[in-house]
Write a protein that binds this ligand. Structure first.
Ligand code: FAD
Length: 272
């Protein structure tokens, strides 16, 4: 059984990947040992003895090195917590709670997907929705699957991680809202264009803003493509106690709690 750890880790790397995107790597062997693609970690972004900010902040695992005892988080600075996290120095201590939530279901574990000789998998990322896809793509490639990534952002300077994902062997198509002309500028339009061009997939995964996920859900439903979504809701505890991250179930039978029932859910299970 996987257990959640409160661990005081050590920051071992701080990287600036683009002018607005940062990656922090933490040595926290107890959390790293059990982290799975799609799960997340709650991080105390301020100094260990400080209560500023009071609440821990949730981040997807962007890199997991279970044997080396480290994990990384990839983030954009949007407020107090991420600003503090960005400035923590290598060697400083940092408290984290994890691994939290339910991660991605891999094709061999998935009942929704029909039999296919060599399943072809599609990842759709919007903005910081790219964060959980590196560990997922690594797992999929290790299982010998063909993986394509559609990755959209507002600005080209907001596109992070694509070189490393290409190096894994993924087919990567990017788009930005800066683009003008014939290429789709929204990742949801790129998705539609890819399907219209005749590309076929057996399973899709999407992560990004809610409006984007809703559009991806529509396109995948029309194409009868099974889809898992990684959801983001504001959350305080990450443990199913505060109920701040409720999300309506599609079946009208109450709510999912993104922290414990998700963040990854099958698209047909939620109202978006
Ligand atoms: C399961 C999960 C995984 C996440 N993974 C990542 C990740 O890998 N990388 C990343 O950059 N961000 C991720 N987020 C969002 C991240 O938690 C917030 O950006 C962060 O908490 C902001 O903290 P802050 O103190 O800097 O900003 P705050 O001052 O708390 O907020 C600044 C602004 O960001 C908005 N915001 C804060 N939290 C969220 C949220 N959860 N969803 C949507 N908007 C929010 C606020 O409304 C406000 O407008 C994830 C969230 C969840 C729930």
């Amino acid at each position: 059984m996987v257990s959640i750890k409160f661990e005081q880790g050590t920051v071992i790397a701080q990287e600036t990947l683009t002018p607005s995107i940062f990656r922090t790597t933490i040595h926290a062997p107890n959390i790293a040992a059990e982290a799975l693609p799609g799960q997340f970690v709650n991080i105390k972004c301020g100094a260990p003895a400080s209560y500023d900010p009071l609440l821990l902040r949730p981040f997807s695992f962007n890199r997991i090195d279970s044997e080396g005892g480290t994990f990384s988080v990839l983030y954009r600075v949007v407020g107090r917590g991420t600003e503090l996290l960005r400035h923590i120095r290598v060697g400083d201590k940092l408290t984290a709670l994890g691994p939290l939530g339910k991660g991605f279901v891999l094709p061999e574990q998935s009942k929704q997907m029909g039999p296919a000789a060599k399943p072809s998998v599609l990842l759709v990322a919007g903005g910081m929705g790219i964060a959980p896809f590196y560990p997922l793509a690594t797992a999929l490639v290790t299982h010998g699957l063909e993986v394509s990534l559609l990755y959209g952002a507002r600005l080209s300077s907001d596109l992070a991680d694509k070189t490393e994902l290409k190096a894994l062997g993924l087919r990567v198509l990017c788009c930005t809202e800066e683009q003008r002309g014939e290429c789709p500028s929204l990742v949801t339009d790129l998705l539609q264009a890819t399907i219209d061009a005749g590309d076929r997939f057996d399973l899709a995964y999407a992560c990004g803003p809610r409006g984007m996920l809703s559009a991806v859900k529509r396109v995948c439903k029309d194409s009868e493509l099974p889809l898992q979504l990684s959801l983001e809701e504001h959350m305080a505890c990450g443990l199913g106690v505060c109920l701040g991250c409720s999300c309506e179930r599609a079946s009208d039978e109450g709510y999912w709690h993104v922290c414990t029932d998700g963040p990854v859910v099958w698209a047909e299970e939620v109202k978006l």
